[in-house]
Unconditional design. Structure first.
Length: 293
């Protein structure tokens, strides 16, 4: 069935008479907006892969426009991100197609996973990274959110909350709540829970961290790159006196680094990555040579 997005939501995706909303606020609210739209436009049942893919195709252009646009596929940074992401996508288990896009933004350090396997990273975060390993660490974390169905699960949790709120409202107000008012209340409930949650749970973020470290290992990258990226983000926070958007919706950085380090030691991921590295490097050299032609 066709999906229609409420007018009051789509009106927020266009410039106002005062111009576009600030770039920083747009990027920071991106993951929140994606989750909100999921709660608003989907049918009342568990989200299937097919529905999530279809929704991503429909919502993607709107989200990208809201965030200031993405770089063209032929852009040098876009090609670099796509190549790094292609290796990660090959090792996913869901079978969902995953795309990696660069947001044309030099103001904010951020990356996030949207519905339908769409993963975004800002130009500034790419420039902050010192190697493909560190970029891969960020993309691997976001790929984990897709592969572990965190986006879909977020919708499902909001849907359950909406149902409970509808029951409560009818129990308190009875026939005073008409169908249209119930719809508005349902939307308001979604907004409340999205604003309260501001991203994924600590458990889901930790799961994505572990997924990312293991994914780096399979590609022959040093899994400790995940820790280096977090440390750089913390340093950036000290320089600017403000938490980067990529950290603001995650558990405390020190605990994340500790947990990732413990996982690397426990599963001997550095040694395992060394076994994968020769083959992985050969594949990457072959791709670079094809790109130059």
């Amino acid at each position: 069935m066709p999906i229609s997005i409420p007018r009051f939501v789509t009106s927020q995706l266009r410039p106002t008479k005062f111009g576009w909303p600030g770039a920083i606020s747009r990027i920071r609210s991106a993951a929140c907006l994606a989750t909100l739209l999921l709660a608003l436009v989907l049918p009342a049942h568990a989200l299937t892969d097919k529905e999530e893919i279809a929704l991503g195709k429909r919502m993607g252009p709107r989200l990208e426009a809201y965030l200031g646009g993405v770089l063209p596929l032929k852009d040098r940074l876009s090609r670099r991100i796509s190549q790094i992401g292609a290796g990660l996508a090959r090792h996913t288990t869901r079978g969902m197609p995953i795309s990696y896009s660069v947001l044309d933004n030099d103001d904010v350090i951020n990356a996030f996973a949207g519905p339908g396997g769409r993963i975004y990273i800002t130009r500034r975060l790419i420039h902050m990274a010192e190697s493909d390993e560190e970029i891969a660490a960020v993309l691997a974390h976001e790929t984990g959110h897709v592969d572990k169905r965190h986006v879909a699960q977020s919708y499902e949790s909001h849907e359950r909350a909406q149902k409970q709120m509808r029951k409560l409202s009818h129990g308190l107000l009875g026939n005073m709540v008409k169908s249209d008012e119930g719809s508005v209340l349902s939307v308001a409930t979604s907004v409340f829970f999205v604003l309260m949650q501001q991203g994924y749970s600590r458990e889901k973020e930790s799961e994505a961290d572990a997924y990312g470290a293991r994914a780096l290992t399979r590609l022959g990258y040093d899994p400790r790159a995940s820790i280096r990226v977090l440390q750089k983000l913390a340093y950036q926070k000290q320089l600017e006196g403000e938490t980067p958007a990529y950290l603001s919706r995650h558990p405390p950085m020190a605990q994340r680094c500790k947990d990732i380090g413990a996982l690397i030691t426990r599963e001997h991921l550095v040694e395992v990555a060394g076994k994968f590295r020769p083959k992985a490097n050969a594949v990457r050299r072959h791709r670079r040579s094809r790109r130059r032609r």
